[in-house]
Design a protein around this ligand. Structure first.
Ligand code: GTP
Ligand code: MG
Length: 308
């Protein structure tokens, strides 16, 4: 008897995208699901919590989990971010270790490979930013070889792929690799689901992304966005009050200055994206407040959705 289309088994699984900050994890996720589900910026440590992006085709479903960039910071938010990223690797069916192939391997990268190399699930080493000529590809292969003690061709359950999330290069090839290793099983999310980020978090992240676009040096890491109020007001307008937290008064001055100068631009960009997300007209009000050391404050972290 020949197999009909219905008989064909579909595959479904979770794929964690992990790596150092700024290697392009969120850009890759957005390129795969062809929608902006994760914010992106030039500044490292943009992503602060897990972001799911769900991909579907006739082969099945892949639940991609974008994670905060792994770095060595020591405050409570840093620890939450690390826990959040490594936590995903414990539950995933496959892991993409994403690296920036134009940048040198550092101590942080060694630590990541030390952690990942003991896992049993298939690993895909994504050599990203290949559009920048990928000058350092060999260093990443050597690192994996050194920690596994065998040449890359001999590492079990290990695949290499050159990528450019920015240019959408080799995304189809990546999907082929992933569907080949994921388990058979029914879809876990409806086919039209794209992500499951809570709306407040998505709104706060869009505003934070616009701020990251204008802030420099240490300030971005001290900035958080808390949504205080979302309220339908008048006909078809949603009123959003957002509080921008900084850690020190000196930063407040910088942020207010930037905002005043760029409020039109930031507010305008954020508003357009929010209108797209909420499918409604949006009125956005931004305030800035100092909350000393919020990155080390359990209560505030919880309020922002960075659960311990
Ligand atoms: N040239 C090039 N740039 C890229 C590529 N992918 C991402 N970028 C850029 O790299 C920067 C960081 O991208 P993100 O996607 O935010 O990186 P991330 O790994 O999610 O960073 P964190 O959330 O901080 O861990 C942005 O300026 C992107 O435009 C790529 O394939 N090629
Ligand atoms: Mg990110």
């Amino acid at each position: 008897m020949t197999k009909t289309k219905q008989d064909k088994k579909i595959r479904c699984g979770t794929v964690a995208i992990v790596g150092r900050p700024n290697v392009g994890k969120s850009t890759l996720l957005n390129a795969i699901v062809k929608e902006k589900v994760a914010i992106v910026s030039k500044i490292p440590q943009t992503t602060r919590q897990q972001i799911r992006g769900i991909y579907n085709d006739e082969r099945g479903q892949i639940i991609f989990v974008d994670t905060p960039g792994l770095h060595a910071g020591r405050d409570k938010l840093d620890r939450f971010m690390r826990k959040s990223a490594y936590g995903v690797t414990q539950q995933a069916d496959c892991i993409i270790h994403l690296v920036d192939s134009s940048k040198s391997v550092g101590r942080e990268e060694e630590q990541i490979v030390e952690n990942l190399s003991s896992l049993k699930v298939p690993i895909v080493l994504g050599l990203n930013k290949i559009d920048l000529k990928g000058e350092r590809v060999a260093q990443y292969l050597e690192l994996w070889e050194r920690l596994k003690g065998v040449p890359v061709q001999k590492i079990k359950n290990f695949t290499l792929i050159a990528l450019s999330g920015l240019q959408g290069k080799n995304i189809d090839e990546l999907l082929d690799v992933l569907f080949a290793v994921l388990p058979e099983g029914p879809r876990l999310y409806p086919e039209d689901a794209l992500t499951d980020t809570p709306q407040r978090m998505a709104i706060a992240d869009i505003i934070r992304e616009k701020l990251l676009g204008v802030l420099r040096q240490e300030v971005p890491h001290s900035v958080a966005v808390v949504i205080e109020n979302i309220q339908p007001r008048r006909k078809k307008t949603i009123y959003i009050q957002a509080l921008i937290l900084v850690e020190r008064d000196s930063q407040k001055t910088i942020v207010i200055g930037k905002i005043a100068k760029l409020l039109k631009e930031i507010g305008q960009q954020a508003r357009l994206e929010l209108e797209n997300l909420l499918e409604s007209k949006v009125f956005l009000e931004l305030r800035v407040k100092t909350k000393k050391d919020w990155r080390d404050n359990d209560e505030l972290l919880l309020e922002m959705g960075y659960h311990q």
